[in-house]
Design a protein around this ligand. Structure first.
Ligand code: MRU
Length: 336
């Protein structure tokens, strides 16, 4: 994490977000002045990860309340709520946050402000507790597999899946983290690796299709991932590729845990089938972006010209593949 900063925070009407598109090559902060700019930051993944998206969406609703004119206050709020809710469909935290701040905005702008800040604080606090509880699952010498990025960038401050890993390292356990690169956007290779390096934790970035071999070789003792939405029966939506890791873990009898704050659990989705799966641009598959040897940003095509791509951003891991949930109230074998 950048010094003394969360992944997303607000001062007055301004919302500040660590610009995750620029990481790990440039550490910059994106400043949004209006709720529309915050919507753009969510859509374009300047801010990403369920908890951070939730905090940003809450702040966007707060910005909308302060931008609204007296005469059209309620209509403006409702339009803004709808607009914010169309930015990204899968992470439950976004909808929970917008709903909470919208209800308070109907009372007053001040109430909206306090609620938005409370959401960011609660998300941060949940990550800290998840770290403490999840640490109990990690033994000295463990190899840990994680997918995508569920660190401080994704959950305002401490992270979900990465919080127990960092806590284990801080409590003196020797661990090695295997980081799925997480195609197509490479959140593992770019963001999780950056966070682990900052924390001084030994890690290897692995190709998305390497986990099976490493499990067979006995290198992985536990899998911990985050979640974007957890249905009432425990089926869990997370970054595409998570389900495959859960199937492999079951095959090799390796515990597979999901770490998530309360805001990710959705009682209104009965099973994974009810969770909307975001379909993102084909370009994320057909092109890859990074820096060249001179440090210049490049986006290059890596696929056959003329071929099309299919890009679902999340998959569903059915509950029978999940050993338990690391929550802010403890580790639950059954659904919280
Ligand atoms: O598309 P993203 O990068 O916003 O997706 C985030 C994830 O799926 C992460 O893996 C994470 O587990 C959920 S965020 C705590």
């Amino acid at each position: 994490m950048l010094k003394n900063k969360r992944a997303v925070w607000a001062i007055g009407r301004r919302v500040y977000m660590i610009n995750q598109i620029k990481l790990p090559f440039e550490e910059t902060v994106y400043i949004s002045e209006t709720y529309i700019e915050t919507c753009i930051a969510i859509e374009t993944m300047i801010v990403r990860g369920a908890g951070s998206i939730g905090a940003a969406a809450g702040f966007a609703m707060m910005q909308a309340a302060s931008e609204a004119q007296k005469e059209t206050y309620k209509d403006f709020l409702l339009n803004a709520k709808n607009k914010i809710e169309t930015t990204r469909p899968t992470a439950r935290d976004l909808f929970a946050a917008v709903d909470r701040v919208y209800k308070k905005a109907l009372i007053s702008v001040k109430d909206a402000e306090s609620e938005a800040h409370a959401i960011a604080d609660e998300t941060s606090d949940a990550g800290r507790k998840i770290g403490e509880y999840g640490n109990e699952l990690i033994k000295d010498g463990f190899g840990i597999l994680t997918h995508c990025n569920a660190g401080s960038l994704a959950l305002v401050e401490y992270g979900s899946a990465l919080a127990p890993i960092i806590k284990a390292h801080q409590s003196g356990k020797k661990i090695t983290v295997y980081v799925d690169e997480t195609r197509p956007r490479n959140q593992g290779a770019k963001l999780t690796a950056w966070e682990l390096q900052k924390a001084g934790i030994p890690h290897f970035i692995i190709a998305d299709n390497a986990a099976g071999l490493l499990m067979m070789q006995g290198k992985i003792d536990i899998v911990i991932t985050g979640a974007d939405r957890i249905a009432a029966n425990g089926d869990t939506a997370n970054k595409i590729g998570t389900f495959e890791k859960a199937v492999l873990a079951k095959e090799f009898n390796i515990p597979f845990y999901i770490a998530a704050p309360d805001s990710t659990f959705d009682k209104n989705c009965l099973t994974g089938e009810d969770i909307p799966i975001e379909e993102r641009s084909q370009d994320e598959i057909l092109f890859i972006s990074g820096i060249d040897v001179e440090g210049k940003e490049q986006k290059i095509r890596i696929a056959n010209l003329g071929s099309q791509a299919l890009n679902p951003a999340f998959d569903i891991t059915p509950i029978n593949y999940i050993s338990g949930f690391i929550t802010s109230q403890g580790i639950k074998k059954e659904l919280p």
